[in-house]
Design a protein around this ligand. Structure first.
Ligand code: ZN
Length: 201
């Protein structure tokens, strides 16, 4: 072992993140260790906050409080919910600064191959929210993959029965592409081109 044990653990965890190799993780940790003490303290405090993060009770976005900053923002359009697979998708959309409704994080997509069924995802909660909060418009923004399309279909069928308008984005994103890897222009276009797929008069 070259590094102190906890640093080895940190490198190991970081290298488990998709897209980060062990060498990149090692470089990142070494780089942080070279920071002046004051800045290192900021990093340590930020990491400590990770411990307090939990999914928002309403939408599933990571939050320190019971409800996240989106759910508690009085300026938001509370009749519209945009459904994403993962929090990072919501972050990508949020960065555009155009969407003003609420979010709902599924935590993945339905995948029979990987044995992921609707019950394994944050789906029932979405239907509950719609009934309880009188949501009128749901925008499905799962990734355009085989599993994503199957999930969108499942959601649309159920949402139609709940009497809400269902929209779908993703027409700007190439098939198999993902929201969080799309550039800003593509994502902006995908949002602009959202299409009503069910519930319209
Ligand atoms: Zn929330």
């Amino acid at each position: 072992m070259i590094y102190p044990e906890n640093l080895e653990i940190l490198i190991e965890f970081l290298s488990e993140v998709p897209g980060i190799s062990e060498r990149a993780a090692e470089r990142a940790v070494l780089q942080l260790s070279k920071l002046p003490q004051e800045r290192r303290r900021i990093v340590v405090n930020a990491l400590k906050e990770l411990e307090e993060l939990k999914p928002c009770k309403e939408c599933g976005l990571p939050s320190k409080e019971e409800l996240c900053y989106v759910c508690t923002d009085p300026e938001r359009d509370r009749k519209t919910v945009l459904v994403v697979e993962q929090p990072r998708d919501a972050v990508s959309i949020e960065k555009l600064g155009e969407y003003k409704g609420l979010y709902h994080v599924l935590g993945g997509v339905i995948s029979p191959l990987e044995d992921i069924s609707p019950e394994d995802l944050n789906i029932e909660n979405l239907f509950k929210r719609i009934r309880k909060r009188s949501i009128e418009k749901v925008i499905i923004a799962v990734n355009p993959t085989v599993e994503g399309e199957a999930t969108a279909k499942f959601l649309t069928d159920r949402l139609t029965k709940l009497g809400v308008k269902v929209y779908r984005i993703g027409y700007g994103i190439p098939y198999g592409g993902t929201i969080d890897s799309s550039d800003e222009l593509t994502l902006r276009k995908a949002l602009e081109d959202m299409k009503l797929i069910s519930g319209g008069e």
